[in-house]
Design a protein around this ligand. Structure first.
Ligand code: G3H
Ligand code: 13P
Ligand code: ZN
Length: 290
């Protein structure tokens, strides 16, 4: 299929209390694994690419990275019959505009580092641009920290304030809202409990679909409860990287003479496909595109 706007799937997920999985890719093999998993599970899925992944793919030039990923995402989506969206994850303003011009069907503006008012005004502008090409727009209020392996102060996490969430969604007309409920990006173990009271307070006042970032570090029990309470797009990156890299490490550890990259990248791709399948099933999305 051609790349799809994922919003109708997310809206359906909200009605039926399941979630669309949004899976980060940094390499061709990781993107392939996502669409293969969606196909095997007969589920909608989102390939998403972060600012840092774009910089990596474009060898330092994120606009070049966007061009590569736009082409890879299109071919990957067309290789399967499952509905696939291509999403820019944590984008900067100019990346969002470039992604929309290149055919991404979904974009997120990351207003980290901007004041609440600036975040509103940039998001509103980008939202108009996204809607003018039929793409889905996500933005964030509050902060899901990105410690990148460094220590972080859990008490300093800025949870999404329900009143700000209301103000932000009304002012910007975004389609989906990323909320900070205590999760942290990039954790390698499931050690976080979500603030479900905060989620309930936001849910009672904001009607648009809510997005969970940093799911790799969140207990599965809380992800399940969160989905039942209205989280309907769940982002996964670190868990996929662990599976991908772990499989490659095993192959290389077992054969010090191996030099053909296909012999270790294929197991990496396969391991990533299995974890994406498992997450799709866990989110309740399996069979929804049947
Ligand atoms: O939210 C971002 C994802 O966890 C990807 O992280 O910046 O290392 O690509 P990254
Ligand atoms: P994790 O790497 O913690 O799964 O976070 C994924 C994410 O939020 C991508 O936007
Ligand atoms: Zn994120």
């Amino acid at each position: 299929m051609t790349l799809q706007n994922v919003l109708p799937w997310i809206l359906r997920a909200r009605q039926e209390c399941w979630a669309v999985g949004a899976f980060n890719a940094n390499t061709l093999e990781q993107a392939q694994a996502i669409v293969q998993a969606a196909q095997a599970e007969e589920a909608p899925a989102i390939i998403q690419v972060s600012h840092r992944a774009l910089t990596y793919i474009g060898s330092g030039n994120e606009i070049q990275g966007l061009k590569y990923i736009a082409a890879i995402g299109k071919v990957a989506a067309e290789s399967v019959t499952a509905p696939i969206a291509l999403h820019l994850d944590h984008g900067m303003e100019r990346e969002v505009l470039q992604a929309l011009a290149l055919g991404f069907t979904s974009v997120m503006f990351d207003g980290d580092g901007y004041s609440f008012e600036e975040n509103i005004s940039i998001t509103k502008r980008l939202c108009e641009a996204a809607h003018s090409v039929g793409a889905c727009m996500e933005a964030e209020v509050g902060e899901v920290p990105k410690p990148d392996g460094k220590e972080f102060d859990g008490s300093a996490i800025a949870l999404t304030q329900p009143e700000e969430a209301v103000q932000f969604t009304e002012a910007t007309e975004i389609d989906t809202l990323a909320v900070a409920l205590g999760s942290v990006h990039g954790l390698k173990t499931k050690q976080i409990s979500l603030d479900l009271e905060c989620l309930a307070a936001i849910r009672s006042r904001v009607s648009i679909p809510l997005v969970l970032h940093g799911s790799s570090g969140v207990s599965d029990n809380d992800i399940k409860l969160g989905i039942a309470m209205g989280l309907c797009k769940v982002n996964v990156a670190t868990q996929l990287n662990q599976a991908f890299t772990g499989a490659i490490r095993d192959v290389l550890n077992g054969d010090g003479d191996l030099v053909d990259p296909r012999k270790y990248l294929a197991p990496g791709r396969n391991a990533q496909m299995e974890i994406v399948r498992e997450r799709i099933r866990f989110f309740g999305a399996s069979g929804k595109a049947r």
